[in-house]
Each structure stands twice: as structure tokens, then as C-alpha cells.
Design a binder for this molecule. Structure first.
Ligand SMILES: Nc1nc2c(ncn2[C@@H]2O[C@H](COP(=O)(O)OP(=O)(O)OP(=O)(O)O)[C@@H](O)[C@H]2O)c(=O)[nH]1
Ligand SMILES: [Mg+2]
Length: 433
């Protein structure tokens, strides 16, 4: 069973709280503020690891949580940063996060942060100024990001074998490589992709055998649709076509069916270079096989090389292997160059970052009971930072709300000092001074 999909929950560590502390020394009656800052919470990162083959490990464990950071302490000691939680995924893993960003992990060692740890709160030392020499104010650390992410493995193979069920794809793979896929005289023998490695002159070539495609595969019929995604990243397709189907079907129509499904699945898939392998040549007379090959060469033109093959006798397999080895290096390694990634059309979305400027966006709304509600990332973070039971913190929050324009927006809606205001689920009486 190839596990090619998983959904996991990631929770980054919270930032440490800033500390409120005053220096105590034997000879100094009123020491200055010396509370240190909280550390940064641990990130959750994915790391591309080529010792992994599929997403099986995520069936058992679904939750990944990074540690929170240390709190600040007196004597200006800052809290330690939370260590990152590193989650290993196989090459070819695509990630879609809850906020719509996507990442493609292709190169071993590649690292992507999927949930950022919360930033630490500042200690009271940072709030000291010429007018406030003994600030009784410090910030709390912010929570880390969290959410569900979808992992999707798309195998990184150089060559993909495509064709109708029973066409002889797995038999070809078994003859050309050391892979031992199941082969049987009925359709839908192969239920999941199988990879085999062909020793080329310069390097190894990975060949993917996928389940047989049928008409409607691109819309979900049969098994093939799910697996078409696995050949999206190949550089070359070998269309395997049965010379003499036992069901008496017409090879010409069979060929057209597969090509139509490739086109319907994805335009780029249809544009991949192709070879045609006419299979099971031992079942027809040699002249008939050659005549069929000639007709296909005429139909397909110079673009597509045609091979007459038999997995029973080995006919044509050497030539086919050599041609694959010859062509694939010219086309580049699967998934490892910029071109292959572009081919996958993964939008290069930078991870969302909190920018201070983003905090300017907020909305103010008046509820039926006369209270006010303020929403927005920036105001929400401000409230999470501070403990409103502390008068000095409350004054600081009010001051910040005024500078952000929240107070004037409230006043424009009829707010008067002392009215109830709800921000980020916290209801309090606001008395802007
Ligand atoms: N005589 C002969 N039989 C072959 C040859 N290649 C495959 N077969 C037979 O054709 C049948 C189907 O072969 P598979 O390799 O399983 O075909 P497949 O395309 O992988 O089929 P699915 O996995 O169902 O899509 C099996 O009974 C094979 O033994 C060949 O070259 N000569
Ligand atoms: Mg098969």
C-alpha cells in the first residue's frame, strides 16, 4: 500500500512571556527595571528526507507540536527559544497549509516552516523611558500558529508507463528493472504505482508503473485517475499498447482512449515527450508486428519513437532501455530542476508573515446592545500581549488603540468613554484618557 495522502495538525510553540522585575542590590534602594524578554516559540518545519518512501508514518501520528519558549526572567535574562519540531517527509511531497500557501519538497534537505512559533513578549526593561522609569508593564508571548496541513506525495520518477489495463506495463517494468510488480492475466492487477530502477549509462533512471487507465480515468473512473498525478512529474511517458488485445479491441481506439485521458487530466501531461511500446509481440507473427509498427510510425511521425517489444521473449527491451537512458539525461532529473518544479505549476507562495503594518487593518462594529466590537489581527495581538487587570498595561493598550486609529473609529460610531468594547473575545470598559 502506497500512502500518498495525509492530513496532519501542526502547532507551533508559544512565545515566552516578558518579565516584570526590578533590580535589587544591597546599596540601591530602588533599582531600575531589569525584566528580560520571552524567547521565540518553536516552529514546525517539514524536512525533505530521501530515506522515506511514502507518507505511511502519518497514518499513526497526526499531531505535531513544537515546544513553547522560555519566559524572561529578572536580571535581564531572556527566555530560551523553543526548539523547532522537525517533521520528515519523502521527496515529492507537496504541502498545502490552512491559509492557502503551498510548498513543494523535492530536494533532500529542503526545509519549509509550516507553522511559525509565537514571538516572545518584551520584559519591563524595554518599556522604560525618560518619563516612565519604573514601568510595571511587560508583554505576554504570542501563541504559535496552528492548523491542519495536507500532504500529497507525487512520486519523482523519470519515466512513466501508461496504458490500458492488461496492456503489459508491469511485465515491462519487471523485465527492465529489478522491481517485482504483480503481473496477472486480468485488468486492474496493479492497484498502486510501483517504481523500478533502470541502470543507465550515466545514472539510474526511475520508472513508474501506474495502474491501468480507462476511458473516464481523468474524471475518476477506475483507479488511474488518482495515479495520473504520479506521472505528472516524469520527463517522458512510455505508452504501452497491446498489439493483440485478448478482448478483441482495436489498438487504434485503445491508443486514442489513453491519449484523450492524458489530455483531459492535464494539458502539460499530454505535452510530455512519448515513446510507444507495442507489447506482447510474441503473440503475433513477426511480420504483423513489424507491419503494425510501420503503420504507427507513419501515424505518429518523427516525434514518437515506436518499439516492438515482448516481455515474454525480451524482444526490443534492450533497445527501449537504451533509448530511455539516452533521452532522459538530456531531459534532466525528475523534479530536481527549476523546470520540473515549474512543470508542476505550484504557485510559489511565500509563507505568510506577520508584518507590523498589517496591524493597521481593523473593523469596528456596533452591536444591538450598544456595545462595540473591534476585530483585526493587529488589535487581537495587542490584547493577547497584555494583561488588562494591570492598570499600566490597560493604559498602554488604550494608548496604542488611539494611535492605531481605533478610538476615533469607535467615536465615529457613537462610542463614549466607559462603554463596553469587545476585542478578540475580551470585553472591557474602555476609558481612553
Ligand atoms: N505472451 C505475452 N504475454 C504478456 C506479455 N506482457 C504481458 N503479458 C501478459 O499480459 C497480462 C497482463 O500483463 P501485466 O503486465 O499485468 O499488464 P498491466 O498493463 O500491468 O495490467 P494492469 O496492472 O492491470 O493495468 C499478463 O497475463 C501477462 O503475463 C508479453 O510480452 N507476452
Ligand atoms: Mg500492472
Amino acid at each position: 500500500m502506497l500512502y500518498d495522502k495525509a492530513r496532519i495538525n501542526v502547532v507551533a510553540g508559544g512565545g515566552g512571556d516578558g518579565c516584570m522585575s526590578f533590580r535589587r542590590e544591597a546599596h540601591v534602594p530602588h533599582g531600575g527595571p531589569d525584566g528580560g524578554d520571552g524567547g521565540h516559540g518553536g516552529d514546525v518545519a517539514l524536512i525533505c528526507d530521501d530515506s522515506l518512501r511514502d507518507l505511511q508514518s502519518f497514518k499513526r501520528s497526526v499531531h505535531y507540536k513544537a515546544k513553547r519558549a522560555g519566559h524572561g526572567e529578572g536580571a535581564l535574562r531572556h527566555g530560551a527559544d523553543g526548539p523547532p519540531m522537525e517533521v520528515r517527509v519523502p521527496p515529492g511531497t507537496q504541502v498545502a497549509t490552512w491559509d492557502g500557501s503551498t510548498h513543494d519538497l523535492v530536494v533532500p534537505g529542503q526545509r519549509v516552516v509550516v507553522a511559525r512559533g509565537g514571538s516572545g513578549g518584551r520584559g519591563n526593561k524595554k518599556f522604560a523611558s525618560s518619563t516612565i522609569q519604573a514601568p510595571r508593564l511587560r508583554e505576554r508571548g504570542l501563541p504559535g500558529e496552528e492548523g491542519w496541513i495536507d500532504l500529497r506525495l507525487k512520486l519523482l520518477a523519470d519515466v512513466g508507463l501508461v496504458g490500458l489495463p492488461n496492456a503489459g506495463k508491469s511485465s515491462l517494468l519487471a523485465r527492465m528493472t529489478r522491481a517485482a510488480p504483480k503481473v496477472a492475466a486480468y485488468p486492474f492487477t496493479t492497484l498502486e504505482p510501483v517504481l523500478g530502477t533502470l541502470e543507465g549509462a550515466e545514472r539510474q533512471l526511475v520508472i513508474a508503473d501506474i495502474p491501468g487507465l480507462i476511458e473516464g480515468a481523468s474524471e475518476g473512473a477506475g483507479l488511474g485517475h488518482d495515479f495520473l498525478a504520479h506521472v505528472e512529474r516524469t520527463r517522458l511517458l512510455v505508452h504501452v499498447l497491446d498489439l493483440a488485445p485478448v478482448d478483441g479491441s482495436d489498438p487504434l481506439e485503445n491508443h486514442a482512449t489513453i491519449e484523450a485521458e492524458l489530455r483531459a487530466h492535464d494539458r502539460r501531461l499530454a505535452q510530455l515527450p512519448r515513446l510507444l511500446a507495442l507489447s506482447k509481440a510474441d503473440l503475433v507473427a513477426a511480420e504483423d508486428a513489424e507491419r503494425a509498427a510501420g503503420a504507427w510510425r507513419e501515424r505518429l511521425g518523427d516525434e514518437v519513437d515506436v518499439f516492438v517489444t515482448s516481455s515474454a521473449t525480451g524482444l526490443g527491451l534492450q533497445e527501449l532501455s537504451l533509448e530511455l537512458a539516452r533521452r532522459v539525461p538530456l531531459l534532466g532529473r525528475a523534479g530536481s530542476d527549476a523546470d520540473a518544479i515549474a512543470l508542476d505549476d505550484v504557485p510559489a507562495v511565500d509563507h505568510r508573515v506577520f508584518r507590523p503594518a498589517a496591524g493597521r487593518n481593523f473593523s469596528v462594529e456596533r452591536a444591538d446592545d450598544g456595545s462595540f466590537r473591534v476585530a483585526g489581527d493587529g488589535v487581537q495581538r495587542l490584547l493577547l500581549r497584555h494583561d488588562l487587570d494591570n492598570d499600566e498595561a490597560l493604559a498602554h493598550v488604550e494608548n496604542r488603540l488611539r494611535r492605531m486609529g481605533v478610538i476615533s473609529a469607535l467615536e465615529a460610531q457613537g462610542f463614549e468613554p466607559g462603554d463596553d468594547v469587545e476585542i478578540a473575545g475580551v470585553m472591557f470598559e474602555l476609558h481612553p484618557g
